[in-house]
Design a protein around this ligand. Sequence first.
Ligand SMILES: [Mn+2]
Length: 394
Amino acid sequence: MRFIHVADLHFDRTFEGVPKELPADFLKKLNQANEKTLKNIITSAINQNVDFVIFAGDTFHQKNPSLKNQQLLMQQFQRLEQVEIPVYLIFGNHDYYDENRYWFSFPKNVVLFEEEKVKSFIATTQAGERYAVSGFSYRQQYLHKSMTQEFPMRNSQVDYHIGLYHGDVQDANFAPFNLSELKSKNYDYWALGHIHQPTQLSEEIIYPGTPQGHTKKELDLGNVLLVDLSGDKVNLKEIPVAAVRWQKSVISLAHCENNATVLNYLKEQLTPLATAQTRLLEITLTETQHLVNFADMIVNGQLQDLLNQQWPAQIFVHKLAVQETKAKISLPASDLLKKQLLQEFSHSEIFKEVLADLATNKITAALLEDDEFCQEVLEQVTEELDQQFEWGQK
Ligand SMILES: [Mn+2]
C-alpha cells in the first residue's frame, strides 16, 4: 500500500522576513509559490499512483481562509477525484474546523474528520488491501488533552491501520501525547502533524515537516513523505515539492585580494545555486578583515542591492551579513542555567511581565498576545546568547 503523507502545508501563509519591496520577477514567483507547491504535491500523488493522500492538519494557516484559497485547494483535490485517489484530511490548531467558514464543498473523494473526537473509516485499495484510518480534528485553537485514549486498538479485520494525529509530545496546548501510548495501539503508521521540522519519533510514527517553508527559520524544508507499507515494513521516501526554499550560505572572502575582486568571486561561488529552484538566500561572509571599508557596504545595503539586481530572478538574497571573528566572552555559568532561564521566560506571564512597557501601547500590546512573536523573541535571544558567550559545560 502506498500513500503520501502531507502535514502543515499552511497554504495561505505569506512569506515572512522578506523586504516589502522585491524585484517584480521575484515577487511574482513568491506570490505563486504556495499554489505551485500544492500542485507539486497533487502531481506527485498522481505520478506515484498512490492509494490515497493524507493531510495531517494545518492545511490552511488561518482559521478563515480566503475564498480564492479555498477554491484553489478544492480545484487541486478535484484533480485527485478525477483519478479516484481519496484524501484523508484532519484540521489542526491553525485551521481548526467550522463548516460555516467554507464556501465550497469538499469534493467527494475527500474524507473529512470534522469532530473533536476520534473517528475511523475503513476502505479498500485498488489492489484489494483493506485499511482503516483513525483520526480527529481541532474545533478550536487549543486542545488541552491527549486524544490517544480515544483511538481504538488496531483493527484486526484490516491489512493496515493508520492513525492521524495533530499534536505535540511536549506542548500541553496541542493534544499532548506519549509515544508509548501511540505505540500501544499497534498501528502500522502514525501520520503526525504540527512540528514543521521533519521528525521521526519511531519507525512508524512520523512528522513529515512542512512542504513549504514560510520563514527564515524553516530553512531548507519542503518535502512530503511517500510511504510504502508492506507487511510490517515501512518504507519512506522524501519527495521535494517546495516552490521556494530558504537557504543559508557561508562564504569566506579570504581569497579576495581587494574589493574589486569581491563581486566576481561571489558570483562564482553562488553560480551552483542558480538552478530552476527558487531560493530565498541568507549569505554570511567570513574572513573579510583584510578588505578596506568592506563592512560599510554591507551595513548600508548596497552590496545586497547590487547582488539582487544582477542575480537571476530565481534567487533573492534576503539577508547579507558579515560574521565578525570576535572571540566569545567566556561565562562561568552553565548551558543548563541558560536553558532554565529561557524556559522561565517562555511562560507567557513572566514574558509579559518583563515586557510590560509594551502593554501601554495599543499596537505593541497586541504583540504580547501573539505566540509567534514571543517565540521569535526568545529564539533571537537564544541566538545572541550563543553567539556572544561561551557557556560552561556544567
Ligand atoms: Mn499545528
